[in-house]
Ligand binder design. Structure first.
Ligand code: NAG
Ligand code: NAG
Ligand code: NAG
Ligand code: NAG
Ligand code: NAG
Ligand code: NAG
Ligand code: NAG
Ligand code: NAG
Ligand code: NAG
Ligand code: NAG
Length: 681
């Protein structure tokens, strides 16, 4: 009985070997090598030349990416009537038989990305027409031109999502998308589109998302897709953007014209739902201050079929004709704005995120008149700001949490501007030549200092390269700083941190300790990240060994050693990352180096640039030559080593003397005896 069941078991196992069971029992492999997980067949990278026919007939998803399938024949999908999703990315499909999709009436999603459809696109086109429920089609990377696409898309009326990225389409006209009334999303990135005829998208009444990024469009005239929600025109050569002047409400929510050559602010639809407007990396500015108001009009000649019409617009209106009150996220960084018209920001009453960095602004107005919104994020870095205006007692800055004013020309700031920002947690004032107020200057006369006193919300402060001396003790009184960067300044001591040192989590003192060498960090109990690089320090601050630092940067100093003697010290246990390059470490005292490199938890990003000094020769610690190691051994070993080395020699010498003595003992005695005898005689 036992034997019979054993054989049964073997038989069973043999049968199953066709459908190998993996531990959990939910995954199987077909003989063709496909892995089956529930109703999905994963057949990627199997060098299959045809569609496998050995899969269960109820599969719904068939993923055949990266194989060598050349065609979809009449019978290749017949037995998978439930197929819903077919992916043939990166194959060599050039042909689809007329009846290939005859029995797959449920097919909704088909990816033919990166195939060779251009070779026999007419056959592919007739094959596709049988896929009556197709909603999602990817034809990207197929070297398709306009005619091919027009043929391929005819009568694919069920499509909702279409990807035509990375083809060779140069212009679009109405014949292209005829009848695609259900299309919701269309992507045409990375083509060579330089022209879009008027009415091209007329049939796409349900289009919500259009992506034309990375093309060659020179301008947009008469934008009239009222139903569109997202339009991406980034990375083109667009110099101007004009919406159709109609009173209809546009559904537009997101517009991206970044990385173009816009010369002036786009003419947005009068009425819209825009909340995200991305216009960075253009050449925009306002011109009214530079030109005579009346000399900046342009006539646009619009040719439509046989009719032509002329529209005259004021090219550089400072007053934006569109209502910007819905905008929430605005990025106009990396442009050439040298001023903003009075009501420009004032009109953006719901804005929370504004990027104005890398422009040429020399003043900025924080007053209620300008910023009426609940602004959370404002980046004004890399302008030429020298003046900031602000009225005391403002509450319009209550929500501002991030303010970046770095790389400007600020020297002073309105007295209570920062303390009126009730939520300010990140402030960057780097690269401005400022000085900080202290409690004492507060009482006395105003010296044009920047007041950072009593801002309890402030956690993250950067003051790098501000020419600060920081010799006053109470400049951060009333703040709860956690992250501070005072690198590239000239510090006299760290006394200015006496109110904050216990809370600080990260501190950067790069190139700022000209006048301080050995600093005591014992009080910095919360510190996890410290940068004391580029400081010419000759001794490693011993107090650091007792801190729980995770990140430490000591590169570019004059350290000869690091006082780490065991893997169980507080510092070695907590450390994740340490920078050590460009120091004259002593090549013969590298036991600390061995401890650090042996720990798998410690990452040394500049490991192969760590140098050491051996008799004034500098070499990479990782490639220390043998003779240096020997030399060090000799030097380190010192007298003990010479003793050990000289011992065998001495012993040999003694033994030799002894042997000599033994060998010559008898003759010598005899000789003596003889001598005495003769003498006695
Ligand atoms: C089409 O699928 C049905 C099952 O739905 C099946 O009975 C029929 O044989 C299939 N047709 C072909 C030609 O394989
Ligand atoms: C089809 O499968 C691919 C790959 O798993 C997936 O990205 C895609 O969303 C699926 N499509 C549908 C409509 O389920
Ligand atoms: C597209 O469909 C229409 C109406 O169903 C039909 O008259 C026409 O012949 C079809 N065109 C092609 C190229 O199949
Ligand atoms: C527009 O397309 C570019 C390029 O693909 C992409 O980086 C960017 O995020 C897109 N913009 C939006 C708003 O989705
Ligand atoms: C512009 O033209 C109007 C009327 O033609 C005139 O009143 C106005 O002074 C002009 N503006 C400038 C700045 O010349
Ligand atoms: C364009 O004008 C020409 C002559 O003026 C006329 O013959 C032709 O029908 C017109 N075409 C259209 C589309 O109106
Ligand atoms: C802009 O639109 C908002 C609401 O959509 C409205 O309250 C506001 O008055 C409009 N502003 C202007 C200047 O038309
Ligand atoms: C402020 O802007 C500068 C320059 O754009 C950037 O390097 C820095 O990281 C920003 N500061 C913060 C705190 O994000
Ligand atoms: C370090 O020494 C160099 C050369 O002597 C000097 O130029 C540099 O300013 C010093 N840096 C600091 C932070 O002391
Ligand atoms: C390098 O080592 C030599 C002795 O080997 C020593 O005299 C010299 O001061 C060291 N140089 C530095 C920068 O520490």
């Amino acid at each position: 009985m036992a034997i019979v069941s054993f054989w049964c078991l073997l038989m069973y196992m043999y049968v199953l070997s066709h459908w190998r069971n993996i531990a959990d029992g939910a995954r199987h492999f077909s003989p063709s090598g496909c892995q089956l997980v529930s109703k999905v067949a994963h057949c990627r990278y199997l060098r299959l030349a045809t569609i496998p026919q050995d899969l269960p007939s109820d599969i719904q998803e068939l993923l055949l990416d990266h194989n060598n399938v050349k065609s979809l024949d009449e019978d290749s999908l017949q037995q998978y009537p439930n197929l819903n999703n077919l992916s043939l990315k990166s194959n060599r499909v050039g042909r689809i038989d007329l009846n290939a999709f005859w029995n797959t009436s449920k097919l909704e999603s088909l990816s033919l990305q990166d195939n060779t459809i251009f070779t026999k696109y007419i056959s592919v086109s007739s094959g596709l027409k049988a896929a009556l429920s197709l909603r999602w089609l990817d034809l990207s990377r197929n070297a398709l031109n306009e005619d091919m696409v027009t043929t391929l898309l005819t009568n694919l009326t069920s499509l909702e999502y279409l990807n035509l990225d990375n083809n060779v389409i140069m212009r679009l006209d109405r014949s292209f998308f005829e009848g695609l009334r259900n299309l919701k999303e269309l992507s045409l990135q990375w083509n060579y589109i330089y022209e879009i005829e008027i009415r091209t998208f007329d049939d796409l009444v349900n289009l919500k998302t259009l992506n034309l990024a990375f093309n060659l469009l020179p301008c947009i005239v008469d934008f009239g897709l009222t139903q569109l929600q997202t339009l991406n025109l980034s990375y083109n050569h667009i110099e101007s953007f004009f919406s159709r002047e109609v009173d209809i409400e546009f559904q537009l929510e997101k517009l991206d014209i970044s990385h173009n050559q816009l010369l002036f602010f786009p003419f947005l639809p009068k009425s819209h739902h825009l909340h995200t407007l991305l216009l960075s990396d253009n050449r925009m500015k306002f011109y009214n201050k530079h030109f005579d108001e009346n000399s900046s009009f342009a006539d646009f000649l619009i040719l439509e079929n046989n009719r032509s019409s002329i529209t005259t617009v004021s090219l550089f209106p400072d007053a934006i004709p569109s209502n910007l009150s819905t905008l929430n996220i605005v990025d106009i960084s990396r442009n050439q704005f040298d001023y903003l018209p009075e009501d420009f920001l004032a009109g953006m009453s719901s804005m929370s995120f504004l990027k104005l960095n890398w422009n040429c602004l020399n003043t900025f107005d924080f007053s209620r008149k300008q910023i009426t919104s609940d602004l959370h994020f404002l980046d004004l870095s890399n302008n030429i700001l020298s003046e900031i205006s602000f009225e005391d007692g403002n509450s319009n800055l209550d929500h501002l949490g991030y303010l970046n004013l770095s790389y400007n020309r600020l020297q002073e700031m309105p007295k209570h501007i920062f303390s009126s920002m009730k939520s300010l947690s990140t402030l960057d004032l780097s690269r401005n030549l400022i000085s900080l107020c202290s409690m004492s200057t507060n009482i006395g006369v105003d010296q044009g200092c920047v007041d950072l006193l009593n801002i309890p919300s402030l956690q993250h402060l950067r003051l790098s390269g501000c020419d600060l001396i920081l010799d006053k003790e109470d400049i951060f009184h009333g703040t709860l700083l956690k992250h501070l960067d005072v690198s590239y300044n000239q510090l006299m001591s760290l006394d200015f941190l006496q109110y904050t040192n216990k809370m600080l989590k990260s501190l950067s003192l790069r190139s700022s300790l000209h006048f301080v060498d050995n600093i005591d960090f014992s009080d910095f109990q919360s510190l996890t990240s410290l940068d004391i690089s580029e400081n010419n320090l000759t001794t490693f601050p011993v107090s650091l060994v007792h801190l729980n630092l995770q990140c430490l940067d000591v590169h570019e100093n004059r350290l000869t050693s690091i006082p780490i003697s065991s893997a169980y010290q507080t510092l070695t246990k907590s450390l994740h990352t340490i920078y050590l390059s460009i120091n004259p470490f002593d090549c013969c005292k590298l036991s600390w180096y061995d401890i650090l490199t042996k720990s798998s938890a410690i990452n040394i990003p500049d490991l192969n640039q760590i140098t050491c000094n051996y008799s004034n020769n500098y070499m990479f610690v990782q490639e220390l030559p043998e003779d240096v190691i020997h030399g060090c051994n000799w030097r380190n070993g010192g007298s003990l080593l010479s003793l050990v080395l000289s011992l065998p020699t001495s012993v040999t010498l003694l033994v030799a003397l002894f042997l000599l003595y033994r060998i010559f003992k008898q003759p010598l005695l005899k000789m003596f005896k003889k001598h005495f005898r003769t003498s006695s005689s």
